[in-house]
Design a protein around this ligand. Structure first.
Ligand SMILES: [Fe+2]
Ligand SMILES: [Fe+2]
Length: 464
């Protein structure tokens, strides 16, 4: 971003008062005569856009949604996009209000873009200066790229440091697996009532991530903290006010979608629909999500141009951390599909720690993958817990015993021979993808970095 101030925009006086003054309403002359400095030029009369964030459209190669907020409703919100400073394309803007705040969220979805192309955008509304930025569409074919993977960020010093780390690492996109800002701290349990909610947290979080999210897409899905009490039937209204995901997911579940970047297919699922641990939304999609997932995996696995499939959702399928451990709901419903269609990497959060499994089939490790290992991911699926993006970390037990939560919330003890690496520092996962070359398989090189950039884990998955 070049024009957006880094600090929060101070609140302007209500627009009605200003109009009243400038229109010469009662008292305006007196105020103008006594205090001429009250007059402000139109260019700064309204707060600029903030919290700008990008999300791929239905096709990551040709479509992008630019979203932003204003402290209140504004006249003529406008988005212009183009390959150069001339911009050239006006994009229709959809504006919507949200529960309990005056903030208004604006979304402009542009389609028909060229793959692998850098575009400029410009956001304005009447009376405010422009906010400008750039983005690049996904490439037409496989090329080297990097994505960040994490969840459980919140608004805090560690999270802010991680945004700086992400900025420094320059990923092409972030894949964020829920528990985004914690505007509702009850986490879908319904315990605590209104005292657990402060929806201003959303705006603080969007400002916190803006340096990254305004330049590269943040592809997010919901965690248990996006199930906000009293905010829509599923609690997702707050999330959906602020994020417009690709519309190619499960019917009736706009928190689910898939997209392709280079030789990697990403699938975002709603883990809450399959959770036995926090069952508020359990089963709301019936069998639809599983059927969609099966169709999507089958279709993606048939494509010659896709090597890796990465699935993201919030709840952990395999994690030893005793706070939430593993969720038998997600495991029961999706593990057979992940095995059948040879999913390479599953990204989860929820447990505020780092953990990686050996490659698994039917819950059993099929090959050892200690730190630094290179493994053929056709042998088994690697499960990653990347829940250390900012919220207070959970201590690891170090015990080879953990538990899996089954139907009804029953915790069943289990041994954890599947666990390869655990670490209870804050961390962000970065994955470098290298396309296949003659004689060399495609590679996904996962590096988990602590807040200060120290490497806490590395593993390379190959396929080809
Ligand atoms: Fe969390
Ligand atoms: Fe969570």
């Amino acid at each position: 971003m070049t024009d957006t101030p880094a600090a929060p925009v101070p609140a302007a006086p209500p627009a009605t008062s200003r109009r009243h003054l400038l229109a010469g309403g009662a008292g305006a002359g007196v105020l103008a005569a006594a205090s001429p400095v009250l007059w402000v030029p139109p260019a700064s009369a309204a707060a600029r856009a903030s919290g700008v964030h990008l999300v791929y459209g239905d096709n990551a190669r040709t479509a992008m949604t630019v979203s932003w907020s204003t402290p209140r409703s504004v006249d003529r919100p406008r988005l212009e996009i183009g390959p150069d400073r001339g911009l050239g394309q006006r994009v229709p803007v959809n504006s919507r209000s949200t529960k309990d705040l005056r903030t208004v969220y604006h979304h402009g979805k542009v389609e028909g873009l060229q793959p692998g192309t850098r575009y400029r955008y410009r956001i304005t509304h009447r009376g405010a200066g422009a906010t400008t930025g750039t983005f690049t569409t996904a490439p037409a074919r496989a090329e080297r790229f990097r994505f960040a993977a994490f969840g459980d960020m919140g608004v805090n010093a560690a999270a802010a440091a991680h945004v700086r780390l992400i900025d420094a690492m320059k990923p092409d996109l972030s894949f964020v697996v829920g528990d985004l800002c914690y505007a509702d701290s009850s986490g879908g349990t319904g315990v605590g009532g209104p005292d657990t909610q402060d929806f201003r947290t959303w705006d603080r979080w969007l400002r916190q991530i803006e340096s990254s999210a305004s330049r590269v897409p943040w592809m997010t899905t919901v965690g248990n903290h996006e199930m906000e009490t009293g905010n829509g039937e599923l609690g997702y209204a707050g999330y959906l006010d602020r994020f417009r995901n690709p519309r190619n997911g499960v019917k009736g579940a706009p928190v689910t979608y898939s997209f392709v970047y280079g030789n990697v297919a990403f699938i975002a699922l709603d883990g809450n629909d399959a959770s036995f641990e926090i069952a508020r939304n359990e089963g709301y999609l019936g069998a639809d999500q599983d059927a969609w997932l099966k169709r999507r995996l089958r279709r993606l696995r048939k494509r010659d141009d896709i090597d890796f499939i990465v699935v993201g959702f919030h709840n952990c399928m395999y994690c030893t951390n005793l706070v939430h451990a593993s969720d038998g709901g997600n495991r029961t419903r999706w593990e057979p599909l992940f095995d059948r269609y040879s999913v390479d990497l599953v990204v989860n959060g929820h447990n505020h720690c780092y953990e990686r499994t050996h490659p698994l089939r039917a819950g059993d490790p099929v090959v050892e993958a200690r730190r630094g290992a290179v493994v053929d991911s056709r042998q088994g699926t690697t499960y990653l817990t990347a829940g250390g993006a900012g919220q207070a970390v959970y201590p690891t037990s170090g015990s080879p015993l953990s538990y899996v939560t089954m139907d009804g919330g029953i915790r069943v003890p289990e041994t954890t021979l599947w666990s390869a690496v655990t670490d209870n520092q804050h961390s962000i996962g970065f994955v470098d993808v290298v396309p296949r070359r003659p004689g060399r398989p495609a590679r996904m090189k996962l590096t988990a970095l602590a807040t200060d950039g120290t490497v806490i884990d590395r593993v390379t998955l190959t396929r080809g």
